[in-house]
Design a binder for this molecule. Structure first.
Ligand code: TYM
Length: 337
């Protein structure tokens, strides 16, 4: 089985990314041949700073390894190192409709918040589709906010196959059973995010323990005293139950039973401690890995080679099926000695 996922290098990575992203990458890599892509080409679709992009691409590589991706087993690479990805996106844009892209909620939300809406922000899901489809991936581990993008890529694969002949694998999304959508601690109606959320309500993977404890202690809870998972009625408490479940592996039912009589104080304190216990070792590993930049670059170079070799045959078969004339090999006219 082939597994593929991508994550953007811009913005500090947070507990939501851990829950829907990193955590699933580390576990799904056991199930087959996995590719994890640092999607730097996606990051230029909103305001960005070149120096920060350069730095955060390596930051993210270190974080992927720190959260458990094994470079012996899985391929980690940078999207811009593989020209087939944007090339494939252009080809797929012929089977993506304007109306369909207009309906993408992520596009609508992001476009609403800014004055300059880049063309790239609009066509972003087509590049994401190419990312996955060029690698013939069967499985795409992501958080809940990517559901619509997964549907779109499935649609594009099917449409391409129907139009040009069986070429692309139609992939499936994998969403975690708990923690598929971690919410902001201060505004539990909004998903946790470094762009749309509140700073105090966003737990960063590199936050030191005191900061994590403080953020969880001040997390918004709901009226009443019951520790019960009910996202409609009790969004704040339900989010904390999900976070505790992600951090410890305990089921919602166990958590509810344990804290029901205790009220919110001890509950929030324990969630804070569980998140510290989860993130502290990650931060330490990250610091070590990030300090060795030549090693990170070496691993990314190996990853790029593997990724190029994997994507190229799919790209060539798309090119061939779409009717493009392939260049002839250069005829050797050099005079013989
Ligand atoms: P990105 O970089 O925004 O997020 C990376 C992963 O983190 C998940 N995530 C969350 N999960 C739970 N709760 C949250 N609050 C939360 N916030 C983020 C996301 O669902 C994602 O899995 N479009 C993608 C990147 C991408 C991609 C791909 C993914 C590009 N090409 C190909 C898969 C396959 C994105 O912006 O993720």
């Amino acid at each position: 089985m082939r597994i593929f996922s991508g994550i953007q290098p811009t913005g500090a990575k947070h507990l939501g990314n851990y829950s829907g992203g990193f955590r699933q990458y580390a576990s799904t890599q056991e199930e087959g041949e996995a590719f994890f892509c640092i999607v730097d080409l996606h990051s230029i679709t909103v305001d960005f700073d070149p120096e920060t992009l350069r730095r955060s691409t390596l930051d993210l590589a270190a974080m992927l390894f720190a959260t458990g991706i094994d470079p012996q087993r899985s391929t980690v690479f940078v999207q811009s190192h593989v020209p087939a990805n944007p090339y494939g996106a252009w080809l797929l844009s012929s089977v993506a409709s304007y109306g369909q892209l207009q309906r993408m909620t992520q596009f609508k939300e992001k476009a609403e918040r800014r004055e300059f809406v880049s063309a790239g922000l609009f066509t972003y899901p087509v590049l994401m589709a190419a990312d996955v489809l060029l690698y013939n991936a069967d499985l795409v581990p992501v958080g809940d906010d990517q559901r619509q993008h997964i549907e779109l890529m499935r649609d594009l694969a099917q449409r391409f196959n129907a139009r040009f002949g069986e070429t692309l694998v139609v992939p499936e999304g994998r969403f975690p059973a708990e923690g598929a959508r971690i919410m902001d601690l201060q505004e539990p109606q909004m998903k946790m995010s470094t762009t749309g959320g509140t700073p105090q309500g966003t737990v960063l993977l590199l936050d030191p323990p005191e900061v994590i404890r403080k953020k969880l202690k001040s997390a918004v809870t709901d009226s009443g005293r019951e520790v019960r998972h009910d996202p409609e009625e009790k969004p704040g408490v339900s989010n904390l139950i999900e976070i505790l479940s992600v951090a410890t592996g305990d089921s919602f039912a166990d958590i509810e039973a344990r804290y029901d009589a205790q009220g919110y104080g001890p509950f929030k304190k324990d969630v804070g401690e569980a998140v510290v216990a989860l993130l502290d070792p990650i931060r330490q590993r990250y610091d070590e890995l990030r300090a060795d930049e030549p090693e990170l670059r070496r691993l990314l170079a190996i990853g790029a080679e593997k990724a190029r070799a994997t994507a190229q045959p799919t790209l060539e078969s798309m090119i061939e099926k779409m009717g493009f004339v392939q260049p002839q090999g250069v005829v050797d006219t050099a005079p013989s000695p």
